[in-house]
Design a protein around this ligand. Structure first.
Ligand code: DX5
Ligand code: ZN
Length: 226
């Protein structure tokens, strides 16, 4: 993977919600590629996070793309609301969706980028049929639902496998990783073929300025400061 082309997607789950606008602005100034918004409903995962009103507020304070990670049982039901709020792309899970193809087509018909996410226990081969239809694949490197979790090492060979599938079928498709991404784990995922790194606690939750935290991540993957 060309290290200079690796993109950072700060996840606001770890941000200080009382200063959310400020923190997103800092990430934008520091060269974030997009903002990752984790939406959880307490059913698909055992946590509740945020909904479309947050996207609506963020839309007014940033020009960055807003990428919505839907960890909810019925993503289709909420798509219109999130599009209206100003979302640019959606990551929907393979798990629990009996009509994934339909969900992906709906996202595209709304004029938005579509991505499919797989959990740590879901094999790469599950993506075979849907890959030609999507703009992004998200390999979860922790079980979804919470920030600050430990990176699951066994996901690394899967990232490599997904990279090979993408190269063979749809080279322009992005390969994103999410969960436990920090200075130690980011290089492993990039070496395996990831080109978009979601990072929550290592950007917003480690006591560093957002720009320093992002710079450290970049340096860890061998990409110079910006
Ligand atoms: C977890 C979320 C992640 C989370 C990552 O379910 O999908 O996006 O914010 O947080 P860290 O980077 O702290 O693991
Ligand atoms: Zn996420």
């Amino acid at each position: 993977m060309d290290k200079a082309s690796v993109k950072l997607a700060p996840s606001i789950l770890a941000a200080d919600f009382a200063r959310l606008g400020e923190q997103v602005a800092e990430a934008e100034r520091a060269g974030a590629d997009r903002i990752h918004v984790d939406v959880m409903d307490g059913h698909f995962v055992h946590n509740i996070s945020m909904g479309a009103p947050i996207v609506h507020s963020l839309r007014r304070v940033t020009n960055l793309q807003l990428e919505i990670h839907m960890m909810i049982t019925d993503p289709d039901f909420f798509l219109d609301e999130f599009v209206k709020a100003g979302s640019d792309s959606f990551l929907v899970h393979w798990e629990g969706n009996n009509n994934l193809h339909r969900t992906v087509q709906r996202i595209k018909s709304l004029g938005k980028r579509a991505g499919v996410a797989i959990n740590p226990a879901t094999p790469a081969v599950a993506l075979e049929q849907i890959l030609p239809d999507v703009d992004q694949i998200l390999v979860m490197t922790v079980n979804p639902g919470f920030g600050h979790q430990r990176f699951i090492d066994s996901t690394v060979p899967k990232i490599r496998r997904v990279r090979h599938m993408i190269a063979a079928v749809k080279p322009e498709c992005e390969l994103e990783v999410d969960g436990g991404i920090d200075e130690a784990t980011a290089p492993l995922t990039v070496a395996a073929g990831a080109n978009v790194l979601v990072a929550g606690s290592s950007i917003f939750g480690n006591g560093l300025e957002v720009c320093c935290a992002m710079q450290r991540l970049r340096q860890a993957i061998g990409d110079g400061p910006r």
